[in-house]
Every structure is written in structure tokens, then in C-alpha cells.
Design a protein around this ligand. Structure first.
Ligand SMILES: CC(C)(COP(=O)(O)OP(=O)(O)OC[C@H]1O[C@@H](n2cnc3c(N)ncnc32)[C@H](O)[C@@H]1OP(=O)(O)O)[C@@H](O)C(=O)NCCC(=O)NCCS
Length: 189
């Protein structure tokens, strides 16, 4: 069953942001974000080292959209059109109507509530239009900003998973969060 018809993701909007389909012309801006060690501190991979990874990532996002296995939007500021991050639904399981959420923002844009806005738009779309029942998140226990963000949006802590991620020289734990459709209130943030 296809969750989204057509050849690309729909654009989602909030007051200050647009969540849009990524194009190859965004590859260098994406590399700029994903090569930043501060942004990647608690990510599941080490920082990107080669600009070609931006091009490969966008090609992979397009393939995954065709396979309906992962939906990844670019987060653009509406005032200056700059790409400042990404929002993702991964591990999409249409039969069980669930997916895992991911999010990334350029460090110079942290602390302004941008990702609260972006995820509110994505959750609204996921629960109301895609009719997902459950959205999950897996976050490093040391990632305080992400934990605050998820809890502000109403995600509940469901479990602690030991040594789940091998990232470079580190072995990292994860905390699993979940948000159910009937628990979500657009007013939560
Ligand atoms: C996690 C991350 C996306 C948070 O982004 P953010 O935009 O700074 O997060 P928020 O939207 O929650 O905003 C942060 C702060 O801005 C404040 N804020 C300022 N203006 C605001 C507004 N208009 N609306 C809401 N919050 C606002 C909030 O109070 C919040 O403060 P707090 O976290 O101290 O409570 C960002 O730190 C990041 O990209 N980290 C690296 C990637 C990562 O680890 N991803 C998660 C992998 S699981």
C-alpha cells in the first residue's frame, strides 16, 4: 500500500518554515550540516567527510521515497529560503501504521524553536493525512536538546536500550520514545 501518491513529497508549512522535497542543488548545504561535528555529536554515524556524501544522500532519499521506506524533507526558512535542517520518517511500516522520526538542524539555528515548529507540522501530517498510528524515536541518553524536544511534543519514554549503536570508536545506548495518534494534541508544543 502506498502512503504517498505522486512523484515527490508534499510541502508542509509552519509560520516560519517549509518542509520541502530535497533536490540535488541542496547537496552542498546538506553536506555543510552533516559534516559539522557539533550537529553530529549524538547521531548514528560519524560526521560526513566528503562532499559527495550530500549527492549520494539525496539520491538515496529519492530512491527510498520511490520504495516508500523513508520520507525525508529539507527544512527551509521561509524568510531567506535557506536550508537549515532535515526531518525524516524512517522505518516506515504501512501495515502497522508506524514510523521512526529523525531530525537535524544546523547548530547556528538551535535555540529558536525551529524544530518544535517543524516537527509539529510533520506530526500533524503523519497522524492526520498519512494516518499513522504510532511514531517512535531513538535518542542518545546524553542528547538533552532532543529529549526536551520530544517530551515537549508529547513523546513518552518507553525503554532504555543498552549499547545499541556503534559509531566510530564509541558504543552508545539509546532511549526509545513513542507517541500514539490518540495521545497527540497539536497544542502540545
Ligand atoms: C535536537 C535539535 C533538533 C533541537 O533543535 P531546536 O530548534 O534548537 O529545538 P527546539 O525547537 O526544541 O528549540 C530549542 C529551544 O528554543 C526555545 N525557543 C525559542 N523560541 C521558541 C519558539 N518560538 N517556539 C518554541 N521554542 C522556542 C525553546 O524554549 C527551546 O528551549 P529548551 O530546549 O531549553 O527548552 C537540535 O539540537 C539538533 O539538530 N541537534 C543535532 C541533531 C540531533 O541530535 N538529532 C536528534 C537525533 S535523535
Amino acid at each position: 500500500m502506498k502512503l504517498i501518491e505522486g512523484d515527490r513529497l508534499p510541502t508542509l508549512t509552519s509560520n516560519r518554515l517549509e518542509l520541502r522535497w530535497l533536490e540535488q542543488c541542496n547537496a552542498l548545504s546538506l553536506f555543510d550540516i552533516y559534516s559539522n561535528p557539533e550537529a553530529m555529536r549524538y547521531w548514528c554515524t560519524t560526521p560526513w567527510a566528503n562532499p559527495s556524501e550530500g549527492t549520494e544522500c539525496i539520491a538515496s532519499i529519492h530512491r527510498c521515497f520511490s520504495a516508500q521506506s523513508l520520507f525525508e524533507w529539507g527544512v527551509f526558512k521561509t524568510d531567506d529560503e535557506k536550508l537549515i535542517g532535515t526531518c525524516t520518517l524512517a522505518q516506515i511500516d504501512a501495515d502497522h501504521r508506524r514510523a521512526e522520526i529523525g531530525f537535524m538542524l544546523r547548530p547556528d539555528c538551535w535555540g529558536h524553536g525551529y524544530m518544535t515548529d517543524a516537527l509539529a507540522a510533520l506530526l500533524e501530517f503523519s497522524f492526520k493525512l498519512l494516518r499513522l498510528h504510532r511514531i517512535e524515536a531513538d535518542v542518545d541518553p546524553r542528547n538533552d536538546a532532543s529529549i526536551r524536544l520530544l517530551e515537549r511534543l508529547g513523546f513518552q519514554r518507553e525503554g532504555y536500550v543498552r549499547e545499541r549503536w556503534l559509531v566510530g570508536e564509541e558504543i552508545n545506548d539509546g532511549i526509545l520514545y513513542g507517541l500514539l495518534c490518540h495521545e497527540y494534541s497539536p497544542a502540545t508544543p
